[in-house]
Design a protein around this ligand. Sequence first.
Ligand SMILES: [Zn+2]
Ligand SMILES: [Zn+2]
Length: 261
Amino acid sequence: MRYYDQHSHTYYSPDSTEHFENYLKQTDLPVVTTEHLDFYRPSQNMKDAVLDYDSYVETIHRLNKKYKNRLLKGIEVGFTYRDRHRIEAYLADKSFDIILFSIHHNGGQGFMTLNHDTKDLTEHVEDYYSLMLQGIKEAPYANVLAHFDYGLRGYDKVKVSDLKPAEETLKAIFKVIIEQNQALELNTRSMYAYDNAHLYDYAIGLYKSLGGQLFTVSSDAHVSEDYQFHFSDAFSLLRAHDVNELVVFKNQTTHWVPLPD
Ligand SMILES: [Zn+2]
Ligand SMILES: [Zn+2]
């Protein structure tokens, strides 16, 4: 088995208009899309993103006849503590190959649209990772901790030293994912579009020092041009950390695959 991208979106996500075929045509590997599930407060003025599962499954089923069963099913759970039961209820009667765990907003504001000018980064880092720790403990059903730095994307030039005050919280998060057999995602969009690769360098070391071994590398593509975005750079970074295997998820089961050259 060879490694494949495990975080991408199509028109089944509100922030993408991409079609499955445009990913499928670029590769002979399996293609898994991870469509959004996000709930918002009325004050946020955002429409809930709830994947139309029946339609999604039916589209995949139809395309799989043409594309040799290469399409897998995935979902990206945008976790909020307040909606945890709704999320569980949604997942209860559905099956996915992979479930990503993400923290996209704090129940009041999206982390991409926070007023970064007025919120101190140190305070934000503490808040963000506290939410992540509280959340991940409630989400043993997830397979992957996605873009651990998402909440920092709105700040320019975040340094490793900016994360240090939250290091104990980060360690606690990594201990939970290790216990729950969840992988740490290298999100190449964060690393090379938001220039946070150095934060991943730090996180890989920290996670490994606690015994973490499960890694995924994913593009978070919303357009097919971003499929496998900067993968070779992320692979090199892992190699520098003596990581030589990655994991893929099928029917939520972990499979080890070699780190590609
Ligand atoms: Zn996300
Ligand atoms: Zn995503």
